[in-house]
Design a protein. Structure first.
Length: 256
């Protein structure tokens, strides 16, 4: 079955039938409390020394001035740590919000593994030039369950597999891999990039960063290359009038 040269093109193989608890804030508060206590103790000792110093051998002002500066530097560092912790928490919240927005969306991620669900699995592949491609689907055991030859144009194409093997056997839902070997008119091997497509069905917010679940596989947000929202369902309402003057209304769901 030939693949059209328009981009993107869909190739159809056959008719489709642990929760962690952060202690950063507690540790920081404890550090600040300890620092304040130590600093107060230091001032008390310094005041006592100044009150009881030997007039003939006074305290070295440079020494306790240096100590005061060191305390100030430590206090500043702890405040910076607090601010950094706040920024990290804001970033985590942003990552979680971003991840949740992907739920229900069809996404394209790097890789050759895809999920067959309800008799359908979709991959994308990109060819650098027109070529003759041998496309194979392999199961988790590495066994080739489907293979076919296609003429593909340069650009990105979608390949939809209905779960049927080359012998017509319907394979069960699960994880499968695609292999695309392409050659140009001169018989030279053409590099092909493969990607997996699927719908994000859930998000694990306990992971850092959050993990998107796509057909039983997990991916991070930065692995997503393309996103498309699933079509929204609408309804069509039709009113009819019968011969006796009565009327009836029929509501039919439809996809936009």
């Amino acid at each position: 079955m030939a693949v059209e040269a328009t981009n993107p093109t869909t190739v159809v193989s056959a008719p489709a039938k642990t929760t962690g608890t952060s202690t950063t804030g507690t540790t920081s508060a404890s550090s600040n409390s300890t620092l304040a206590s130590n600093f107060q103790t230091f001032l008390t000792l310094l005041t006592t020394q100044l009150q009881h110093q030997n007039p003939l051998d006074p305290l070295d002002t440079n020494q306790f001035t240096q100590q005061l500066v060191q305390f100030a530097q430590v206090e500043q560092q702890l405040k910076q740590n607090d601010q950094l912790t706040t920024l990290i928490n804001i970033q985590k919240t942003g990552q979680a919000t971003q991840a949740l927005n992907f739920v229900g969306s069809t996404v394209v991620v790097d890789g050759s593994s895809g999920s067959l669900k309800n008799g359908s699995a979709t991959w994308s592949f990109t060819s650098g030039q027109d070529a003759a491609a041998e496309i194979s689907i392999l199961n988790s055991a590495g066994q080739t369950v489907y293979s076919g030859s296609y003429n593909v144009g340069a650009g990105t194409h979608d390949f939809v597999w209905d779960g049927k093997g080359s012998d017509g056997t319907q394979w069960p839902d699960g994880t499968y891999k695609i292999s695309v070997v392409a050659k140009n008119s001169k018989g030279e091997t053409v590099s092909v990039q493969t990607d997996s497509q699927g719908v994000v069905d859930s998000v694990d917010l306990t992971a850092n960063p959050p993990l998107l679940s796509i057909g039983g596989q997990t991916f991070t947000v930065d692995q997503i290359k393309r996103v498309s929202k699933s079509p929204e369902k609408t309804t069509t309402t039709t009113s009819t009038t019968n011969s006796s003057g009565g009327s009836s209304t029929t509501t039919t769901p439809a996809e936009t």
